[in-house]
Design a protein around this ligand. Structure first.
Ligand code: ZN
Length: 196
């Protein structure tokens, strides 16, 4: 399906929709397939505008659709490979392994990165676009991190919410593509942290 979605359709914090819970998809109909194509179009257009970043994944809420749908890039190392894995109604069945800190960003939080604690392994299930069940078992820590980040979006949780009181967890993407520590007061001033 064609889509006229662009990066302008991606909503960003502090848009309150990003803290709302998405609804389960009941029927994978033309509307949902169009939504998926819109998500892919918006993610790839965002990537075109970002020289140092890859559009690794997106949740439907990020284009303002409160449906439990996520897309994850099939090959993060190859920008030319524009294929995405689609998961509908994704859920974490089990979190396993150590909890580790690593750098995380988000298409809905411009230029800001944070050190977020995540489980190294997860078991996830969801549906593909034909409605068949997909199970992902213990993928690598990076994929596990992405899955936790995107499934959080379906539950109205953004990565900054996990580290909202961490003074030293944030960094900012410089124009040369390097990350630089970002003072906590400036993060607070951005108005993107949760209320309490
Ligand atoms: Zn995100």
């Amino acid at each position: 399906m064609k889509s006229n979605y662009t990066r302008k359709n991606i909503i960003a914090l502090p848009d309150p929709q990003l803290r709302r819970k998405s609804a389960r998809v009941r029927t994978i109909d033309a509307k949902i397939l169009q939504l998926i194509d819109n998500m892919i179009a918006a993610a790839l257009d965002w990537e075109d505008s970002r020289p140092h970043e890859v559009a690794v994944a997106l949740a439907a809420v990020q284009i303002g659709a409160l449906e439990r749908v996520i897309i994850i890039r099939k090959n993060f190392d190859d920008k030319e490979n524009k294929k995405f894995l689609v998961l509908i109604n994704p859920e974490i069945i089990k979190k396993e392994g150590k909890i580790t800190l690593d750098s995380e960003g988000c298409l809905s939080v411009k230029n800001l990165y944070g050190q977020v604690p995540r489980h190294e392994k997860v078991r996830v299930r969801g549906l593909d676009i034909t409605g068949r069940e997909i199970r992902l078992k213990s993928p690598d820590p990076f994929i596990a991190r992405i899955l936790q980040h995107e499934i959080d979006h379906c539950n109205g949780i953004c990565f900054v919410d996990h580290i909202a009181d961490q003074q030293d967890a944030f960094s900012i993407l410089r124009e040369d593509g390097e990350l630089e520590p970002y003072p906590y007061e400036k993060v607070v001033k951005m108005g993107i942290l949760p209320d309490e």
